[in-house]
Design a binder for this molecule. Structure first.
Ligand code: GLV
Length: 327
């Protein structure tokens, strides 16, 4: 019996590829080349499944050119690289990789918050540049984290993980804004108070963004929102590029309209807005919030399990458009 053909669009763990190869004829990308849309379409010919990361866009053009495609499994919890409506219309199952990265990503949100508030990278650059010739009482004085007010925009699983760390670990007062309010039990567990977006912006000492990217969240933080924040506030984005207007943020940082920012995601990444590269009060990391080997392995295996489960038994683990299954 011939095995179904699938495409693995980026380099992944050899162990995951080996698991997939037991079930499928796999075309892989061992050189980890970044393909154009035309190259992706070319490689998808004859494939019923695809393993993607957030960098491969699956839209109407790709779907129309690949009528045999039945499932695309994303090795990411975010799936703004998918046009899910178009996939549903084309009868193509979309899956993502939730849950397995929640705690690791919340850890990183806190790492970035701490590094930003306490000016860790800025002071390291100073030291490495040989500028540390004497200690002084106010050198790299930053913002308090413990006991301060932590604001969270987007209170899904990762947002709740950050809230728990802030409330239980750092004695922070936690406020949040989300499309829908958490249950009273969940709010109590996270010690988090629901507020409107304006109160969140005005009150937070540290604002962490964990909201999914969509047309509705595009530039949710722009010049007007930054103007509402405290001049002493720190902003942390571990969600997606495009949620923050990076050009407006660079201006706000340069003019010290907010104290500092920590960014793991960028509009048009891996390109970074040039103005962000020249302001000192920003910590910049290359989209690594879920980057530990056990977590990345769990994400890769979940994407693989979605392909295996669906293509061998019609049972994916984490479908985004389950209505496709009942057609
Ligand atoms: C990472 O950004 C993810 O969505 O998993």
């Amino acid at each position: 019996m011939t095995k179904p053909h699938i495409l693995v669009a980026r380099a992944i763990f050899p162990e995951t590829l080996a698991r997939l190869a037991q079930q499928f004829e796999v075309e892989a990308n061992p050189d980890d080349a970044i393909w154009t849309k035309a190259q992706l379409i070319e490689r998808l010919q004859g494939k019923v499944g695809a393993f993607t990361t957030g960098s491969e866009r699956v839209d109407t053009e790709v779907l129309a050119a690949c009528p045999q495609l039945r499932i695309v499994a994303n090795m990411a919890v975010g799936y703004n690289n998918f046009d899910v409506d178009a996939m549903t219309a084309a009868g193509v199952l979309a899956t993502n990789a939730p849950d397995v990265l929640t705690e690791t990503t919340a850890d990183f949100g806190f790492a970035l918050l701490m590094a930003t508030a306490r000016r860790v990278t800025e002071s390291e650059h100073f030291l490495r540049a040989g500028k540390w010739t004497k200690w002084s009482y106010d050198m790299f004085a930053g913002a308090e984290v413990h006991g301060s007010t932590l604001g969270i925009l987007g209170m899904g699983r990762i947002g709740q993980g950050i809230a728990r760390r802030g409330a239980h670990g750092f004695g922070m007062k936690v406020i949040y804004h989300n499309r829908s309010r958490l249950s009273p039990e969940r709010e109590a567990e996270c010690e988090a108070r629901y507020v409107d977006k304006e109160e969140l912006l005005r009150t937070a000492d540290h604002l962490v963004l964990v909201v999914p990217y969509s047309a509705a969240s595009h530039h949710a933080i722009g010049a007007a929102e930054l103007a509402l924040m405290k001049r002493t506030a720190c902003l942390v984005n571990i969600a997606r590029g495009g949620i923050v207007d990076d050009a407006a943020l660079a201006v706000a940082l340069r003019e010290k309209r907010i104290a500092a920012a920590g960014l793991d995601v960028f509009e048009g990444e891996p390109k970074v807005h040039p103005d962000l590269l020249t302001v000192p009060n920003v910590v910049l990391t290359p989209h690594i919030a879920s980057a530990t080997i056990p977590t990345r392995m769990a994400m890769a295996n979940l994407a693989a399990d979605n392909l295996i489960g669906f293509l061998t038994q019609g049972k994916p683990l984490t479908p985004l458009n389950p209505e496709v299954l009942t057609r």
